[in-house]
Design a protein around this ligand. Structure first.
Ligand code: SF4
Length: 448
């Protein structure tokens, strides 16, 4: 049965506590910082999409220059605090740390980054000063990581920024789409406020492009426009039974967990989660942590092709989620309008597809899972209709850019709406690139 209130308040608190606790003492942070070899041409730095100077900020921590270390992080990544909690560091900086080749634990880069950025946020150290106003105004659509990062760079350069956000809070995916045991909604709000602390950035909430605002108006009222609208629409399974009560989108499920009290989010006894990306893992682990008796993840390829990281998969396994590889949903069977069973096709791997991964092929055999809830996490789709309605060049809704500019003069784009959905840290870098491109555009325009 799908029901809320499965656990006691203490159980909820324990299940949703911080999965990566911070250093308990300053000494512990200093000891870890002093393990760093401060490599020349550091591989950790090269593998960070925002290019944070890792050895420099760790050296600054080691010499107890915390303000300096926070500046080193934020100058490359203004969401460095959030990224220290949600980045898949095992495939980025920590995965590249030279200690891995010595068969020793890599430096805890994320934990050190968190150590310094949390201190900066708690003390509200504003480490950047706006340049004198240029009188230029830029509109950004979307207060997610790309939009916020873009806004901060522009504001530093003395450009006034107005962000139009369709939700009631900023932060985008960070605020609405990530497991609550990684980042809390309160932390996300603090991070947005910290970013806005520089001044010169206004966020107008509950303003949706195509509904409350139009691209034409933004083009008329501003010197340039940046689209950081992300991706949002959950991909449908397109199988019979998808309309039954108990079938839910992973994004909505995660959104509810972050916006309602944990006890108010209903979860089934036996939940099937379709997909194996980060969103699927976040949905599966949180269903378990909300008190589902059994959670089964279903993925149509093998473990070798999984889109999530090994660390994410390990969390799901440690939480007791069961995994069925090479299985694709075929039909959801209901009773009295509610989910009762999930029929899955057994798959095998065929030829490589355009992504370089071998495609799953139906073997013709099937099996049935007795479930009362199905969470769909088979990916998200770009806002194709919206993008097409503005005649923006796109590929299946993914905006095409050249040097961050769209085909429409003065309109730029970046982040998930361009790449189809990557990590938060990739969106932060896209925002920086977008800001740099718009600054060049404004200076060219001004020179004419
Ligand atoms: Fe320090 Fe590892 Fe980066 Fe070298 S690779 S600078 S040891 S964190």
């Amino acid at each position: 049965m799908i029901q809320p209130n499965r656990l006691t308040p203490d159980q909820y608190a324990e299940n949703f506590s911080d999965i990566h606790p911070p250093f308990e003492t300053t000494d512990a942070a200093l000891v870890e910082a002093n393990r760093c070899l401060f490599c020349y041409d550091a591989p950790c730095m090269k593998s960070c999409p925002t290019g944070i100077d890792v050895p420099k900020f760790i050296k600054q921590i080691a010499t107890e220059n915390i303000k300096g270390s926070a500046h080193t992080i934020f100058v490359s990544n203004i969401m460095g605090a959030g990224c220290s909690k949600v980045c898949p560091v095992e495939k980025l900086c920590e995965g590249a740390c030279v200690y891995n080749f010595m068969e020793e634990a890599p430096i805890s880069i994320a934990k050190l980054q968190r150590y310094s950025t949390e201190k900066a946020m708690a003390a509200n150290w504003q480490l950047f000063k706006r340049k004198e106003s240029t009188g230029k105004k830029i509109a950004i659509v979307g207060a997610g990581p790309a939009g916020l990062s873009c806004a901060h760079v522009l504001s530093r350069e003395g450009i006034d920024v107005t962000i139009f956000e369709k939700e009631a809070k900023g932060g985008g995916l960070m605020t609405y789409g990530i497991a609550a045991y990684k980042v809390t909604p309160e932390f996300c709000e603090d991070e947005v406020n910290y970013i806005l602390g520089i001044g010169g950035i206004e966020i107008k909430y509950n303003q949706e492009l195509g509904k409350d605002i139009s691209l034409a108006d933004l083009q008329k009222d501003f010197d340039a426009v940046y689209l950081g609208i992300g991706v949002g629409l959950a991909r449908q399974l397109e199988i019979p039974g998808e309309e039954l009560e108990g079938v839910e989108d992973a994004i909505k499920f995660i959104y509810d967990i972050r916006n309602k009290g944990f006890n108010l989010v209903a979860v089934g006894d036996h939940v099937a989660v379709i997909g194996m990306g980060m969103t699927a893992i976040d949905a599966a682990t949180q269903a378990k942590r909300l008190g589902a008796k059994k959670v089964t993840m279903v993925y149509r390829r093998t473990e070798n092709e999984k889109p999530c990281t090994q660390a994410e998969l390990d969390i799901a396994k440690l939480d007791g989620c069961e995994i069925i590889w090479l299985a694709a949903p075929k039909e959801i069977i209901g009773e009295n309008g509610k989910v009762k069973q999930l029929v899955c096709s057994k798959m095998k791997l065929g030829e490589e597809d355009a992504s370089g991964r071998r495609s799953p092929v139906d073997t013709g055999e099937a099996f049935i899972l007795d479930v009362d809830m199905v969470i769909k996490a088979a990916g998200q789709m770009p806002f194709e209709e919206l993008v097409k309605s503005y005649q923006i060049d796109n590929k299946n809704g993914k905006i095409k850019i050249e040097k961050e500019a769209t085909n429409i003069a003065g309109v730029f784009a970046g982040g998930d709406c361009v790449n189809g959905g990557k990590e938060v840290v990739d969106a932060v870098q896209a925002g920086k690139d977008g800001a740099a491109a718009m600054i060049r555009y404004l200076s060219r325009k001004g020179a004419k």
